[in-house]
Design a protein around this ligand. Structure first.
Ligand code: FE2
Ligand code: FE2
Length: 199
């Protein structure tokens, strides 16, 4: 989708330049670069236009832009979310306050940890890139196989990543957020025949 003029923060982030208010420790920059790199290659393979490519790459750089903000500031900015995921909504709110009005991009950043039923393509691919970038230490073989099959036909990868994220939440004894449950249910629509469960 071709967008109106991109916000200067998005243009800068597409070049790998974070806003002055970003709080990202040095060691985490590799993760941001890897997520942005995956999104760069997927956007190119999918034939997106220049504007959308920049939005995708910017989302990769910005999604964790407040990942290392102090907990009190995050809690103040995203009080309705559990501490582990506050950095996403906090970054989206900050970008919105700066004048970014790209709803798909803001939602992609806001819900990059939780998932969201309303995700557009950007939200879905950011969700995948955040989890599958090569620097992630877990399940490297399975993750590499999923990366190799992307970006085309992402549905199976989305279901697997969402299932793993849900399992991690359950294993830690934490409650599932309704956004995550709704996203999971949305992902099952196309694969409903495989579920075998009662409705
Ligand atoms: Fe994150
Ligand atoms: Fe991340």
């Amino acid at each position: 989708m071709t967008r109106r003029k991109l916000h200067p923060l998005i243009v800068a982030a597409a070049r790998g330049e974070l806003p002055v208010w970003a709080r990202v420790r040095t060691g985490r920059l590799t993760h941001l670069a890897s997520v942005a790199e995956l999104l760069t290659s997927w956007a190119a393979e999918l034939g997106l236009d220049d504007s959308d490519r920049m939005r995708w790459v910017a989302a990769g750089w910005l999604h964790d832009s407040l990942r290392d903000e102090d907990p009190e500031s995050l809690a103040a900015a995203a009080a309705h979310y559990p501490a582990q995921v506050q950095h996403g909504p906090a970054a989206a709110e900050r970008l919105s306050a700066e004048g970014v009005d790209d709803r798909e991009l803001l939602d992609a950043i806001r819900y990059h940890s939780l998932g969201h039923r309303g995700f557009g393509a950007l939200g879905r691919y950011l969700y995948l890139a955040d989890y599958l970038e090569p620097g992630r230490p877990y399940a490297p073989v399975e993750n590499a196989a999923m990366r190799a099959a992307l970006p085309h036909e992402p549905d199976a990868a989305l279901r697997r990543v969402c299932a793993r994220r849900i399992r991690e939440v359950l294993n830690r004894g934490r409650p599932l957020r309704r956004e995550t449950v709704a996203f999971w249910n949305e992902l099952q629509r196309d694969g409903a025949a495989d579920c075998g469960g009662e409705t």
